[in-house]
Design a protein around this ligand. Sequence first.
Ligand SMILES: [Zn+2]
Ligand SMILES: [Zn+2]
Length: 260
Amino acid sequence: MLKAFVDHHTHSNFSWDSETSLEDLINGARKVELQGIVLTDHIEFHSGDNGFGYYNYDKCLDAFEVIRQTTPDIKIKFGAEVSHHPKHLSEIKTFLHSHRFNFVIGSNHNIGWQEVPDAISKLESEGDNFKESLQSYFDETINLVESNFYDALGHLDFPKRFIKKKIPSDFFLKHYERAIRAILTACLDMGVFLEVNTAPYRAQIYEPYPSFPILALYKKLGGREVILSSDAHRPEDLGTMFNVVVKELSKMEISVRNAV
Ligand SMILES: [Zn+2]
Ligand SMILES: [Zn+2]
């Protein structure tokens, strides 16, 4: 029973990496009794990225408007997940200013010029220990938040999911504390929502993005609330482990906010 919560990050087949129709996505939300969902299909601006050129704003908005008429029982909002990219700042800005969205997540999917999964697998094959090599990832994430293009920051410690060797929950905080502190401070200063994303639980990592130690630092810096999301790509992903994570957050005195 998730009636109190909106799932702020979901993908349909308007995203390059999801095969789920809007109908099935909404049925998934209905099944776990969510209050609502934000549709946040991927938008890529870098031609080297896998999903580049796939997203079609007009078709996606049309389909959204049609389905919204038939689903008065569940709140659905029109959003996007933009892959932030340092080389394409003015295109991203222009696009976001000229298209209407209820809610936009900015996510960093790149390490240098490579996508995170490729970069991690290359580093791992070279025997890298990840104690320094992710610096540019976190530094670029500071820039993402400070750009002020987005309503929320997506999956702050995303690279952890692709590291095959198990790393402790406080590993990133230990090795990248300065940058992570700057990211969290920027979120608070700019009024950018921090997303607590439960997708790692579906990949046998038993904590959200960001990790609980990072969330504890957020609280220490004055963070009082977060938004919740599953990053669903399939109907059965909606609301993944929301109850468990909400309980943990409430122990930390962090409240869950519905931003839409
Ligand atoms: Zn993402
Ligand atoms: Zn996503």
